[in-house]
Design a protein around this ligand. Structure first.
Ligand code: SF4
Length: 472
């Protein structure tokens, strides 16, 4: 039936954070719904969409060079995403881009696509898919609960780019999670700019979910998500008081014992200059969370070399690290972001001092990370399998304390490669990507755990699985 039909192909470059990835998925879903195909190479593409990131200077550069490359290859480029909120920056370097839209503007992107390559209206070839497009592997997915941010951190331009916070209704979010889990997703990563503030902008209004009403509040949402029986992971959670209730859900095993809390610094003076939300009494808060949920893993990110940061401030940060003993930590040197307030701050820290502080910071944290990881040796933990490794029987997975892409892995063996009786009994090749297994942890380094798979955990979510309705 499709002979002679000119199927339009769109190249797609997705840059930036998980929030941008969710926008990319929406655009790709719409493209597929309208019968466009996704081109794997520039050569095959009729046009290219670049979903850009504008967060920090290196990300802006990466976006601009991706646009340039796509223009050289195809001559027809549609730009969207965070950097699209600053069209003059793009036009200055690349005057020939076809159109520029900001983040979340699926409609704007589709309008541009229709102009450049009108859709195929043949009813036999323009098939509407029944599920969305996911850029992540099938077993995990990002769930965006809000867009934008109400804060004014001095180093950040996200509120300027993406606007004030707009939360989605809880019912809409929960139905999306339900659909994802029904179609095989086992792990849901909850994301937004400020997850703790979810629902504040819509006054925590109620919406319908499965015949009942649910409040747009983080605790209500986390409770309902936890009831679906998948792994639920919380990202970008600021330490507001009600987060204690979320940590209680973790202690009860309803959601994963994992909190991604971007703290950025520990010196009160620097935090004040940064205008960070929820800053203050950080150690007290962490201790309280660990009392509630001793198995909690805390991930955080920090910036060293923020304007005005003295050696004394930096020492406070190192002291904090030693005392807080966080599980997973990322650190960046401060870099100017065009239009961010901090670019105008006096007392910029010299580049070599920033680098020196970064190295000292990482040296302290690496020792802590190693100790934290070694504490896990001898435990039996649940691991979700992400990938195969070199030999049959070697697999790469993640524990409940590791988010994909940013944390460590659990390197596991079974079958002939294993030493324990239990692991040798599981034949190599019998475990697939997305399976959840129990692993006896035998070794650890700063980032990864190593162990043997001793059991496969049956997958029993509280959501009917697509293709299994009515079956037992
Ligand atoms: S909380 Fe601060 S860093 Fe995060 S998006 Fe909002 S303004 Fe930016």
């Amino acid at each position: 039936m499709t002979q002679g039909v000119d199927i339009k192909k769109v190249g797609f470059i997705s840059l930036g954070c998980p929030k941008a990835l969710v926008d990319s998925e929406r655009i790709l879903t719409q493209l597929r719904a309208e019968g466009y195909h996704i081109a794997p190479t520039y050569e095959e593409a009729d046009t290219v969409i670049v979903n850009t990131c504008g967060f920090i200077t290196p990300a802006v550069e990466e976006s601009l060079s991706a646009i340039g490359e796509a223009l050289d290859a195809t001559g027809k480029v549609i730009v969207t995403g965070c950097l699209g909120e600053r069209p003059e920056t793009i036009r200055e370097r690349h005057p020939k881009v076809h159109s520029i839209t900001g983040s979340q503007d699926v409609e704007g992107v589709m309008d541009a696509i229709h102009e450049l390559i009108p859709p195929d209206t043949n009813p036999f070839t323009s098939l509407i898919p029944d599920t969305g497009v996911k850029l992540t592997p099938k077993h995990y997915a990002y769930l965006k609960i809000a867009e934008g941010c109400n804060h004014k951190c001095a180093f950040c331009i996200i509120p300027k780019l993406r606007g004030l916070q707009v939360s989605r209704d809880a019912g809409e979010v929960l139905y999306e999670a339900f659909r994802l889990i029904a179609s095989g997703t086992k792990e849901i990563m909850v994301i937004s700019q400020d997850t703790s503030a979810y629902g504040v902008d819509i006054r925590h209004r109620e919406s319908e979910f499965q015949g009942g009403q649910v409040k747009a509040h983080l605790i209500d949402l986390a409770t309902k998500l936890g009831e679906m029986g998948a792994w639920v992971r919380m990202h970008y959670v600021y330490p507001y008081p009600h987060v204690d209730e979320v940590v209680k859900l973790m202690a009860e095993g309803k959601i994963l014992p994992y909190l991604d809390v971007p703290l950025q610094h520990a010196s009160p003076k620097v935090l004040k200059a940064m205008r960070r939300p929820g800053a203050g009494k950080q150690l007290e808060t962490i201790k309280r969370w660990r009392d509630i949920c001793p198995d909690l893993a805390i991930r955080s990110t920090f910036i060293v070399g923020f304007p005005g940061e003295t050696e004394e401030d930096f020492q406070l940060l190192l002291d904090f690290l030693r005392e807080a003993r966080l599980d997973r930590v990322g650190c960046f040197t401060y870099s100017d972001v065009q239009e961010a307030d901090a670019t105008r701050f006096a007392e910029q820290v010299p580049e070599e001092v920033k680098q020196d502080r970064l190295e000292r910071f990482m040296a302290v944290q690496q020792e802590i990370s190693l100790e934290r990881m070694q504490e896990k040796i001898g435990r039996v933990i649940e691991v979700i399998i992400d990938d195969y490794n070199e030999e049959p029987g070697q697999l790469i997975g993640r524990s409940k304390w590791d988010a994909p892409g940013i944390d460590g892995s659990v390197m596991c063996v079974h079958g002939d490669l294993a030493e324990s009786e239990a692991a040798r009994l599981i034949p190599a090749g019998s475990i697939k990507i997305g399976d959840i297994v129990r692993v006896l942890v035998e070794d650890a380094d700063e980032y990864d755990l190593y162990g043997e798979i001793i059991e496969v955990v049956p997958w029993k979510p509280n959501v009917p699985q697509l293709g299994h309705f009515g079956k037992h």
